[in-house]
Design a protein around this ligand. Structure first.
Ligand code: HEC
Ligand code: HEC
Length: 380
């Protein structure tokens, strides 16, 4: 009798506690991150539907972007992150004065050179026309694994001329670092580190890298005045009879300073690079064509062109002025080809250069939100 009462009571207790312990699913809450559209910028953004931007995702992405253990290795000699090559001070290129990437030519962890020089990471959230010099990574690519910034993450990990690693190794390494599983939980509702979520987080961070506060931007908003030489350069840049740059590099109602499109801009007469735009489209007019990069912050992005053939902006301007090479593939927008170039006077060259330099955005280069975190998750 005594025992049966005890049993009854404990059964009852069990029942109650059973009810209480039943896990009540808590909804996973993230904080949406709204991109503020800067003055005059387009409102159409390239954010994939399955990777909405969140404060938690961006925080995680910033750690991963800077963490050399993304290479799947922890030995100090084997660390490599996106930021090993993509350096903020150079607008997320390596910079022409890099002590290891001499002259701005990057190579992977094994020493294998990258086929082309770097591209910056500026305002990429506005780019819907493909990534890389030849646009291999694009929404149009039928291969689902080659479509957006997310896909450049696994490529960076496995490419022989970058981290030369393996995504499983990267995944396991990050999973085993204290602090990361919790951040993955916050961002994606799962402590399990997956390649997909690593890619999503890094891509979210990359999409926050917005440059919109150069001297030119402040001029457009009436906050500062340009010098007479800079103004003359602006007129040259945006007129066909002037230097005729704007068709491909924007600037006139196009604050991105790129069309994000691909052109043959008349550097050569023969085209043998297996990674030009032709390699992607098969269109003969794309022989020797490459992306026209943004000219924002271009001052800190040398060397110039996909093969880094020009070390300085002066050399680039001399090229457009006098050294154009004609070929059947030259883009028709190179209107001055029959004269070998736009034939600028020394003063005009100086004006054009001074204008291009107004596109430098020190706020972007020094923005702490974009720079390396003080501590990684396991150091906090
Ligand atoms: C070894 C140096 C190196 C590393 C490491 C590296 N990159 Fe790059 N990255 C490059 C080079 C070089 C290019 C230009 C390649 C081309 O188009 O041929 C590039 C291009 C890009 C672009 C295209 C920009 C555009 O406008 O089209 C993005 C985005 C990018 N990298 C993201 C990343 C991310 C994310 C990581 C880390 C997972 C990373 N990169 C790691 C060298 C590197
Ligand atoms: C027909 C389109 C077109 C016109 C017009 C044009 N460009 Fe370009 N520009 C390009 C392309 C394409 C590239 C990249 C070519 C390559 O890498 O081989 C480029 C590259 C550049 C670069 C180097 C970018 C980098 O990141 O390495 C600079 C600087 C530049 N152009 C400035 C100018 C200036 C200044 C003018 C006017 C005098 C001008 N461009 C006119 C298409 C054009």
């Amino acid at each position: 009798m005594k025992y049966s009462i005890i049993i009854a009571v404990s059964l009852f207790a069990l029942l109650i506690s059973g009810c209480e312990d039943k896990p009540v699913p808590t909804p996973h809450i993230t904080t949406p991150y709204e991109i503020e559209i800067p003055f005059g910028f387009p409102t159409k953004l390239n954010i994939p539907e399955d990777n909405p931007m969140t404060v938690e995702g961006i925080e995680l992405g910033r750690y991963l972007f800077y963490d050399g253990r993304m290479s799947g290795r922890i030995h100090p000699d084997s660390l490599m992150s996106c930021a090993t090559c993509h350096i903020q001070a150079n607008s997320f290129e390596c910079g022409i004065n890099h002590p290891e990437y001499i002259g701005g030519f990057t190579h992977g962890i094994t020493g294998k050179p990258t086929p082309h020089v770097m591209l910056p990471m500026i305002n990429l959230v506005w780019n819907s026309y493909g990534y890389l010099w030849n646009g291999l990574i694009s929404d149009d690519n039928p291969n689902q694994n080659f479509r957006n910034i997310e896909d450049l993450v696994w490529m960076g990990i496995v490419a022989e001329h970058e981290m030369n690693s393996d995504t499983n190794l990267a995944k396991e390494t990050i999973q085993n670092i204290q602090g990361y599983p919790e951040l993955f939980k916050k961002a994606f509702d799962s402590e399990t580190v997956t390649m997909k979520n690593m890619s999503r987080a890094i891509a979210q961070f990359v999409r926050t890298l917005i440059s919109a506060n150069s001297k030119f931007d402040r001029y457009m908003q009436g906050e500062v005045q340009l010098t007479q030489s800079e103004l003359n350069g602006y007129v040259l840049f945006t007129t066909e009879e002037g230097a005729d740059c704007f068709h491909c590099h924007g600037g006139f109602g196009n604050p991105l300073f790129t069309t994000h499109l691909y052109y043959n801009n008349g550097k050569d007469t023969e085209f043998t690079d297996p990674r030009d735009r032709f390699a992607i489209t098969g269109d003969p007019m794309d022989h020797g064509a490459y992306k026209a990069p943004t000219l924002r912050n271009i001052e800190v992005q040398g060397p110039y062109m996909h093969d880094g053939r020009f070390a300085t902006l002066e050399e680039v301007i001399d090229f457009y002025s006098h050294n154009l090479q004609n070929s059947p593939y030259i883009n028709p927008l190179m209107h001055h080809i029959n004269n070998g170039g736009i034939q600028l006077t020394p003063t005009e060259k100086e004006d054009l250069l001074n204008f291009i330099k107004t596109l430098r955005d020190d706020d972007f280069i020094m923005n702490e939100k974009f720079s390396a975190p003080d501590k990684f998750p396991d150091e906090i």
